[in-house]
Design a binder for this molecule. Structure first.
Ligand SMILES: Nc1ncnc2c1ncn2[C@@H]1O[C@H](COP(=O)(O)OP(=O)(O)OP(=O)(O)O)[C@@H](O)[C@H]1O
Ligand SMILES: [Mg+2]
Length: 176
C-alpha cells in the first residue's frame, strides 16, 4: 500500500455520518478495538521505536478510514484520496472546547486548540504543516481555515465578517 503522510505540528461529518461518528468515537475509545484499529497516539505503541510497528499502526487505521493519529501533540494525517464524512458541523461542535486527548485525533482538534490559544493568550498562533507533494497539506489548511472562519463568525460579528470573507476566499481556491 502506498501512503503519503503529512504531519501537522501543534496540534483538524452529513448525518448518516453522525451515527458513524458516534460509532467511530466508540471504536476509537474501546480498548478491545485496538487490535483492529491500532492506537490513536503512537506513544501508546509498545514497540514505539520500530518503524515497522509505526507503519503497521498507520495501515490498520487507514484500513478503518482513520486517517489521523497523534504523536503527542503532533498530528499525522494519511491522504485518504476520497471524501470522508468527518468534516461536518457536528464534528466541529464535537471538537469545540475539548481538551486535546478527550477526542480521537483530528485536524479540528488542532484548529480548535489554536483558536482557543489565540483568544486566551491574545497572540498569533502558528500551525506548521509538512509533507510530500500531494500528501494533503492544502486540503488540511482549507479544512482548518474553514473551521477557524466558522468559529470567528460565531465569536464576534466584526471578526465574523472578516472570517466569512476569508472562508469565501478559501473556497474560491485562495489556498494553494
Ligand atoms: N483530507 C482529505 N480528504 C479527501 N481528499 C484529500 C484529503 N487530503 C488530500 N486529499 C486529496 O489529495 C489531493 C492532493 O492534496 P493537496 O493538494 O492538499 O496536496 P498538497 O500536499 O498540498 O500537495 P502540493 O505539495 O503539491 O501542493 C487533493 O486534491 C484531494 O483530492
Ligand atoms: Mg498544496
Amino acid at each position: 500500500m502506498f501512503i503519503e503522510i503529512q504531519s501537522l505540528i501543534f496540534a483538524i461529518m452529513d448525518t448518516k455520518d453522525y451515527i458513524d461518528f458516534n460509532s467511530q468515537l466508540k471504536m476509537e475509545t474501546g480498548l478491545h478495538e485496538r487490535d483492529r484499529a491500532g492506537v490513536q497516539d503512537f506513544v501508546l505503541l509498545e514497540n514505539y521505536q520500530s518503524e515497522e510497528a509505526f507503519i503497521g499502526n498507520l495501515k490498520k487505521r487507514f484500513q478503518e478510514d482513520l486517517i489521523y493519529t497523534y504523536i503527542g501533540q503532533v498530528l499525522i494525517s494519511v491522504n485518504p484520496y476520497k471524501q470522508l464524512p468527518i468534516y461536518t458541523d457536528d464534528h466541529v461542535k464535537a471538537y469545540r472546547n475539548k481538551h486535546f486527548y478527550e477526542m480521537p485525533p483530528h485536524i479540528f482538534a488542532v484548529t480548535d486548540n489554536a483558536f482557543r490559544s489565540l483568544i486566551e493568550e491574545n497572540r498569533g498562533q502558528c500551525v506548521l504543516i509538512s509533507g510530500e507533494s500531494g500528501s494533503g497539506k492544502t486540503e488540511a489548511s482549507k479544512k482548518g481555515a474553514a473551521v477557524h472562519c466558522r468559529l470567528l463568525r460565531k465569536s464576534d460579528d466584526r471578526r465574523g465578517r472578516q472570517g466569512q470573507a476569508a472562508e469565501e476566499q478559501s473556497r474560491a481556491g485562495g489556498l494553494r
